[in-house]
Design a protein around this ligand. Structure first.
Ligand SMILES: *Cc1c(COP(=O)(O)O)cnc(C)c1O
Length: 359
C-alpha cells in the first residue's frame, strides 16, 4: 500500500477493548464501544465487539450504515442528538439515541409510530461541561412532559463531560446523575437500564473505584482506540497506545540552519512564524502534511526524532539526534493524538491498513 499510510492493529484494539470491558463489567458497568474516531470502520467495530463491548456507539448515521452493510449485528447507540431532518433514519438505524430536546423526541415518536417500532432513548443531562444536555433543575419537569410519548421507551439518563468545558468526572457530579436517575425512576415506575456516566474521561474514576454505585454504563472511544484516558491523556495501564500508527516516507534529508534565511513574512497558513537559533540541524522531510493529518498531534516512534512543523504536504523533522542516520526512502512511524487520528481517518489521501499483528 502506498505511503502515507495509517496502520490499525486490530488485535491491539481488541486487547484494549477487553481490558476496559473486563474492568467495567467487574463493577456492573456495561460499555458502548465508540467508533466515531475511526469513521465507523467495520474492522474496528468487530475488534471492539470481540473484546467484549456490549454495544456500538457513533455520532453519525452514515457510520451505522457502513457497519450494518458490513453485516455487524450489534446494539447501536446514536451519540449525537438527532437532527429533526433525520429522525426516521435514526429509528431505522439506531436502537437507542441520546436526546435533549422535546421537539426531537416528539418527532422520533411519530417516526417510530410510522415504522411500527419502539425507539429507545436516553436523556442527556448537562452537569457543567456546557455541551449537550438538559440542565439538572429542568430535568424532572422535562421528563414529565415527554414520558408518555408513544413509540418511545425511556431507557436511561446520561452525561457527557471533558469534551467542551474540560470538566472532570467526580464522585460529586456523577453522584448528581445517580440522584437524578433515582428521581426519574420514581416518575417512570421502573429501574433505568442505562445510567451512562460518561466517556474515556471517567476511566480514572472507574479504576480507582470512585464511580458512584448506580452508574451502570460508559461510552468509551479514545481509551480503546488510543489506550489513553482523557482527563490528562495518560496511558491506560496495560493498554496499547500504538494500535494506530501513521507511516510516512522520507523524501529529503539535508543539514540546514534552524533559522530561516531572509525577511520573515507569513507561513502558508497566514501565521508569522517564530524560530529559535539552534545551529545547524540534520533535517528530514516526510511526504505527509496538513491536508492529511493534524501535524501537532504526531509523536515520532523512532527515538531522536522531533517534529519541527510542516505545511500542506510536507512534514519537517529534526533528525539530528537519531541514533541511526535517517535516509531518503526510510519509512518513519508516528503515534497520533485524538485530533490527528480523526483527521487521518477522514482523509482520502491516507491509505488505511488493518492488520492483526499481535496474538
Ligand atoms: C465521542 C463521544 C464519546 C466517546 O468519547 P471518548 O473520549 O472517545 O471516549 C462518548 N459520548 C459521547 C456523547 C460522545 O460524543
Amino acid at each position: 500500500m502506498p505511503y502515507p499510510k495509517l496502520t490499525v492493529d486490530l488485535s491491539k484494539i481488541a486487547h484494549n477493548a477487553k481490558l476496559l470491558a473486563d474492568q467495567a463489567h467487574a463493577r456492573g458497568i456495561s460499555v458502548a464501544g465508540v467508533t466515531k474516531v475511526t469513521c465507523g470502520a467495520p474492522e474496528v467495530a468487530r475488534a471492539m465487539l470481540q473484546g467484549g463491548v456490549d454495544m456500538l456507539a457513533d455520532t453519525r448515521l452514515r457510520n451505522f450504515r457502513k457497519m450494518q452493510a458490513a453485516g455487524i449485528d450489534a446494539l447501536y447507540l446514536l451519540l449525537r442528538a438527532p437532527m429533526l431532518s433525520e429522525v426516521e433514519e435514526v429509528v431505522r438505524l439506531a436502537d437507542i439515541s441520546l436526546n435533549t430536546e422535546e421537539e426531537t423526541l416528539k418527532a422520533l415518536s411519530l417516526a417510530a409510530g410510522r415504522l411500527n417500532k419502539t425507539h429507545r432513548v436516553v436523556l442527556m443531562v448537562d452537569l457543567g461541561d456546557l455541551r449537550e444536555g438538559i440542565w439538572p433543575d429542568d430535568f424532572i419537569p422535562f421528563l414529565r412532559r415527554v414520558k408518555d410519548l408513544p413509540h418511545l421507551h425511556f431507557d436511561g439518563i446520561g452525561v457527557n463531560l471533558t469534551c467542551y468545558g474540560g470538566i472532570i468526572p467526580t464522585p460529586e457530579n456523577l453522584g448528581k446523575l445517580v440522584a437524578l436517575a433515582k428521581e426519574a425512576e420514581e416518575v417512570l415506575h421502573y429501574p433505568l437500564p442505562i445510567v451512562s456516566g460518561g466517556n474515556s474521561s471517567s476511566l480514572l474514576l472507574l479504576q480507582s473505584g470512585g464511580i458512584p454505585p448506580g452508574i451502570n454504563h460508559l461510552r468509551l472511544g479514545e481509551s480503546i482506540v488510543l489506550g489513553r484516558e482523557t482527563t490528562r491523556r495518560e496511558p491506560v495501564p496495560g493498554a496499547y497506545v500504538d494500535a494506530c500508527v501513521l507511516q510516512g516516507e522520507v523524501i529529503e534529508v539535508k543539514t540546514k540552519p534552524s533559522l530561516p534565511v531572509g525577511i520573515i513574512g507569513q507561513d502558508a497558513f497566514g501565521h508569522v512564524p517564530v524560530f529559535q537559533d539552534r545551529g545547524l540541524m540534520r533535517r528530514a522531510i516526510v511526504a505527509v502534511g496538513r491536508q492529511d493529518i493534524a501535524i501537532d498531534g504526531l509523536t515520532p516512534v523512532q527515538p531522536g526524532i522531533e517534529v519541527l512543523g510542516g505545511s500542506s504536504d510536507h512534514l519537517i523533522l529534526n533528525v539530528t539526534a537519531s541514533p541511526t542516520p535517517v535516509r531518503v526512502g526510510d519509512v518513519l512511524e508516528f503515534t497520533l493524538s485524538y485530533g490527528a487520528l480523526l483527521a487521518a481517518m477522514t482523509s482520502p489521501y491516507l491509505a488505511k491498513e488493518y492488520v492483526s499483528g499481535t496474538g
